[in-house]
Design a protein around this ligand. Structure first.
Ligand code: ATR
Length: 272
């Protein structure tokens, strides 16, 4: 019987994970199966248990189940504990290991694929929800000179900054709080691009930026990326690279092999 993996979410039909992992498996000559599983909104745990009972080895977890996966895990990696969210499960005997590979995926995409080291850079992170929380520690671990967290509702940014302050130099506020500041890397971790909206960020913050990064992706550049480019940012990137890199981190956890990501990123970009 083939080792079996799946991505679980609701909705799930749009997920690129089966395509990405099938490509990794082929490339790394791994005999494995990878499917998409739709769980009812009130049936996450039962769906995972059923998959596990039938010999499943691991899962990727997507919206809206990352917090439930965090609670279901019987052991957590440090990065999952700190993110308070799990996007990767690995099953071994009775253990359910929960990991979070999102932040590592973002860091690898920026540093390895886009060629921009994070160390010593001034970073502006927009958003203070689950997506932002998941990437703060991995970003701070690369030793930026500053991580500024900005959110429409500033109290949430301040709460995150207080939690992560001991890991590196960070500040927090609303979007206008940073209107006179300059940043090297500006990352959109809000869900605004999902609704084709633009967070109300002062245009001046983009003037000297090397990179504007949107963790979401659409067929066209998002409004955030267009706005960044119009206001002087040198380079823009959407979240496709992060999507493939977080998948590669999961694959590494499950199979002990780090797959090549560049051909898969190129393939996805040509399809979307
Ligand atoms: P996720 O898990 O994707 O982070 P979330 O926890 O619901 O989702 O958080 C959504 C984030 O996007 C929040 O930071 C939210 O800002 P608020 O805390 O002020 O609600 C932000 N967001 C969503 N739509 C936005 C918009 N149009 N402009 C600015 N920020 C937006």
């Amino acid at each position: 019987m083939l080792d079996s993996y799946a991505v679980i979410g609701n909705p799930i039909s749009h997920s690129k994970s089966p395509l990405i992992h099938k490509n990794f498996a082929q490339q790394a000559e791994q005999s494995m199966q990878y499917d998409a599983l739709l769980a009812p909104l009130d049936g996450f745990e039962a769906t995972v248990e059923n998959f596990r009972q039938h010999g499943g080895k691991g899962m990727n977890v997507t919206v809206p189940f990352k917090l439930e996966a965090y609670r279901l895990a019987t052991r957590l990696t440090e990065r999952a504990t700190i993110a308070q969210a799990v996007n990767t499960l690995k099953f071994k005997n009775d253990e359910i290991l929960g990991d979070n590979t999102d932040g590592a995926g973002l860091v690898r995409d920026i540093e390895c694929n886009l060629g921009i080291p994070i160390a010593e850079k001034r970073i502006l992170l927009l958003g203070a929800g689950g997506a932002a929380r998941g990437v703060i520690l991995p970003l701070l671990q690369q030793n930026p000179s500053l991580l500024a967290i900005a959110n429409r509702t500033p109290a949430k940014a301040v709460a995150l900054q207080e939690q992560f302050n001991r890991y590196g130099n960070s500040i927090a506020g609303d979007f206008m709080h940073f209107s006179d500041a300059h940043f090297d890397i500006i990352i959109n971790a809000t869900s605004a691009s999902l609704h084709d909206a633009l967070p109300e960020i002062p245009a001046g913050v983009f003037a000297q930026a090397t990179l504007a990064y949107d963790m979401m992706y659409r067929q066209e550049p998002t409004r955030f990326l267009k706005f960044a480019q119009q206001n002087g940012t040198h380079q823009i990137a959407d979240g496709i690279g992060m999507l493939v890199e977080q998948a590669a981190e999961s694959f590494l956890l499950w199979r002990g092999i780090r797959p090549q990501t560049k051909p898969v990123i190129a393939m996805l970009k040509s399809q979307i």
